[in-house]
Design a protein around this ligand. Structure first.
Ligand SMILES: [Fe+2]
Ligand SMILES: [Fe+2]
Length: 319
């Protein structure tokens, strides 16, 4: 496991005491001593996670006006709103580490910050909304359940709240796809097409193989990551493959098989595609950033109004 390097001013005693706390399963809180590298890694992870929740609203938000029934529309509105709330909890958790909201938002809007690769794929049909709930929220829950046990208190507590809401997202997606998979030939074809397009991106969103995951060592040592990317991916596949097959769908992986331990084993993942999307060359990277920038600009009056309200004089406040 990667041995952490001390930053200037940090002592071995401080690091030992910090690591002993993590070993005992204690949560690290915002005002506790922590290595600069722990702070840096957490800011990176939590802000990326917050950005993913916020950008994650875009592919699904695009279908709110086109939902096929009032019931589906209200479910989708509630889900998209939940994702905004998740972004909010996570930005708050990152702020406890000393980064400002403005810095994080600027990094997102300028294209400097990363967010989950999955949201750079387009939502082409209504079935994509169900498939995202089932697979993307399903994969996110596996990752987030792990993070609910992480060593940093504010991140861990945000995850507990988020996971309870994600469970509903997952259920509504599964319910929708199972229904279409047993519906008319058109509905079945639409569900299968959505699976064909979302299966591999969902597998990729759990991150590179352990050997190619540069930050994993120190994050594991400090109790931020309690499982490796491949372990989380295995949990995801083991849960979802039998359910997708039971729904009558075909998983677009000719090499998929179940081994003697009951684990489902997947074929090779196209990591070139993953890295290309991460580096900004996905189908929707440019549109997502444009949409976020437009939303930010259109919301300027709200921020100005809030600021004016905060800066009101005592006489204005008494009015
Ligand atoms: Fe979420
Ligand atoms: Fe979600």
């Amino acid at each position: 496991m990667t041995k952490p390097i001390l930053a200037p001013g940090e002592t071995q005693e401080q690091l030992d005491a910090f690591e002993a706390r993590i070993q005992r399963g204690e949560k690290i809180e915002a005002n506790d001593w922590m290595p600069a590298e722990y702070r840096r890694q957490l800011i990176r992870m939590i802000s990326q996670h917050a950005h993913s929740e916020v950008v994650g609203m875009l592919p699904e938000g695009a279908w709110i006006t086109r939902a096929p029934s009032l019931k589906r529309k209200t479910i989708l509105i509630a889900k998209v709103q939940d994702e905004a709330g998740h972004g909010q909890y996570l930005y708050h958790a990152a702020e406890t580490l000393g980064i400002s909201r403005e810095e994080m938002v600027d990094a997102l809007l300028s294209g400097k910050a990363k967010y989950s690769s999955i949201f750079n794929y387009p939502t082409l049909t209504w079935a994509d909304i169900g498939m995202i709930g089932w697979l993307v929220d399903g994969a996110a829950i596996k990752n987030q359940t792990m993070l609910a046990g992480c060593s940093y208190g504010p991140y861990s507590r945000a995850m507990v709240r988020i996971c309870s809401e994600e469970t509903f997202h997952h259920k509504q997606g599964k319910e929708m796809i199972v229904m279409y998979a047993q519906g008319t030939p058109e509905q079945r074809a639409m569900a299968q097409d959505a699976l064909n397009r979302w299966w591999w991106p969902a597998m990729m969103m759990l991150g590179p193989h352990d050997a190619d995951s540069p930050n994993s060592g120190v994050l594991t040592r400090w109790g931020v990551k309690l499982k490796s990317n491949d372990e989380v991916r295995q949990e995801f596949i083991n849960e979802h493959v039998p359910e997708l097959l039971e729904a009558g769908l075909t998983i677009p992986d000719p090499d998929l098989y179940q081994d003697e331990n009951g684990d489902w084993k997947h074929g090779p993942i196209n990591w070139d595609e993953f890295w290309s999307v991460v580096k900004g060359h996905g189908q929707m990277n440019r549109q997502r950033l444009e949409a976020r920038n437009a939303a930010h600009d259109e919301g300027a009056w709200v921020r100005e109004a809030l600021e004016a309200y905060m800066n009101r004089t005592p006489a204005q406040a008494a009015d």
